[in-house]
Design a protein around this ligand. Structure first.
Ligand code: GDP
Ligand code: IMO
Ligand code: MG
Length: 438
């Protein structure tokens, strides 16, 4: 059968975890193809709230094989914590969870390097989640990273120490440029990140990881496909954080777009069918970088409070702003989106009017609906269309046909601009708060 993809069209946190969980029963396999513990995917059902970082969001369905693909970077310590946190939910991990031997390992010094790099950038910092994502992908591309399969090698500790030595010399380099309060980082062992303790946790977590299904996941997925099973690829982050197409350099270090599925799972493009593109009825961003429709006023604060816009992974307040159609069209184009899924419509229940950005005015006066080459340097002023808000509680609405006309008009406008159907409207964090045509 085929692979469907579900991914974020904005700067992450669109609600991917919720929707994977909702549509998972249609699939036999759910697989993560990129990213790592920088992700925080929230699922709510039966009065429980779960935030998953590395484990695919199909894990609560007992008939689904969940795969952590080769394109992922895996932190064994966080993995162990996540599994321990799920202990009371009777999940059969030996039947339902598979980890690619080719996924890259995040080791403790990757996290230090992330921190050192960010401190070194000063004002220009990316706003990384400090989970070691960029240093781990750097080692992968430099062909010196450690992979999950390496933990089965009796010389793993030697390989680990070789990589740690490289990291120590890099940390020395950063110490050269670091501001005074960070000079401690030069003395690796004494830095207040308790390295010895974290290293001990790491090796305990490696032993724990060895007890799971470590597989050649590209074979597993393709075998499932040839048996007629269907696969859902679960994106992490969002298209505007893609290493190639995001607002570089304020991006993450992987291909978050549909292309990442083929390399991150080992499936051919011809196997891909539907692409579900998730977006919020407004926009948010955590970390630094351009955000044309960002609101620095009371309206932005109102969205943040009602939408509980605080990071699932770091707890940082998310920056909030109006829906931005140029970026939505750009992301939809890059991913070949076949269905749009609009999340958190309920957050705008209390607005009489809603703005929607239809284009940008550039510094030279040009009006465009395309993203400029350098969103960081180019001054971009959003052009807004103001629409009537639905201004009511959406919870009684169960179908598209019966929705308030104002919400229908908002959706119709998005559909006419993107030329893609909106097939889901989410009106609350719970599984059941979903209006769907899928
Ligand atoms: P992800 O990273 O894309 O999976 O998204 P996050 O889990 O980081 O952030 C989405 C947040 O919005 C979570 O707290 C969800 O529980 C919540 N959420 C998802 N859908 C809705 C919705 O339709 N309405 C509201 N109010 N909250 C939602
Ligand atoms: P989910 O999957 C929102 C952001 C960080 C930072 C930039 C680089 O939950 O949507 P990194 O740690 O990857 O080096 O950080 O990317 N970022 C996210 N923002 N949701 C995420 O994941 C994110 N993962 C990374 O805030 O700006
Ligand atoms: Mg998230």
């Amino acid at each position: 059968m085929s692979v469907d993809i579900l991914l974020g069209l904005q700067w992450g946190d669109e609600g991917k975890g919720k929707i994977v969980d909702v549509i998972a029963p249609k699939y036999e396999v759910v697989a993560r193809f990129q990213g790592g513990p920088n992700a925080g995917h929230t699922l709510e059902f039966d009065g429980h709230k779960h935030v998953l970082h590395q484990i695919p969001s199909g894990i609560f369905h007992s008939n689904i094989k969940n795969i952590i693909g080769n394109g992922v970077v895996l932190d064994p310590i966080i993995f162990k914590k996540e599994i321990d946190g799920l202990a009371k939910f009777n999940i059969n991990f030996s039947k339902n969870l598979f980890i690619s031997k080719k996924a890259q390992l995040i080791i403790p010094s990757h996290r230090l390097l992330d921190l050192a790099s960010e401190k070194n950038k000063g004002e220009g910092k990316i706003g990384s989640t400090l989970k070691g994502i960029s240093p781990t992908y750097q080692d992968k591309i430099a062909r010196q990273g450690l992979r999950v399969g390496d933990i089965l090698d009796k010389n793993f500790k030697i390989h680990y120490n070789t990589l740690l030595d490289i990291h120590k010399s890099k940390l020395d380099f950063y110490a050269f440029d670091l501001s005074k309060d960070l000079t401690g980082i030069k003395d690796f062992e004494k830095y207040d990140f308790d390295f010895k303790k974290i290293e001990a946790d790491f090796f305990a977590a490696i032993e724990f990881l060895k007890t799971f299904n470590l597989v050649d996941s590209e074979y597993l997925i393709n075998e499932e496909l040839s048996k007629g099973k269907s696969v859902l690829a679960e994106g992490a982050q969002g298209s505007l954080l893609d290493i190639d197409f995001g607002s570089y350099p304020f991006v993450t270090s992987s291909n978050t777009t549909a292309a990442g599925v083929c390399s991150g799972l080992g499936v051919a493009p011809s196997k891909v069918k539907e692409v579900y593109g998730i977006f919020k009825a407004y926009c948010t961003r955590v970390g630094s970088g351009p955000f044309p429709t960002e609101l620095h006023d009371a309206v932005g604060e109102k969205i943040r409070q009602i939408g509980r816009e605080f990071g699932s992974t770091t707890g940082r307040p998310r920056r909030c702003g109006w829906l931005d159609l140029p970026t939505l069209k750009y992301s939809s184009m890059l991913n070949g989106v076949t269905h749009l899924l609009m999340m958190k419509a309920d957050v705008l229940n209390d607005f009489e009017e809603i703005n929607i950005c239809t284009g940008y005015k550039l510094a030279d006066g040009t009006i465009t609906d395309q993203l400029p080459y350098d969103m960081v340097k180019e001054s971009v002023t959003p052009i807004y269309k103001t629409m009537k808000g639905w201004n009511c509680d959406l919870s009684p609405y169960k179908t598209f046909d019966t929705m308030p006309e104002t919400l229908k008009s908002y959706i119709k406008f998005i559909e006419s601009e993107t030329k893609i159907p909106v097939s889901v409207v989410s009106i609350g964090p719970d599984r059941t708060q979903t209006i769907s045509k899928l």
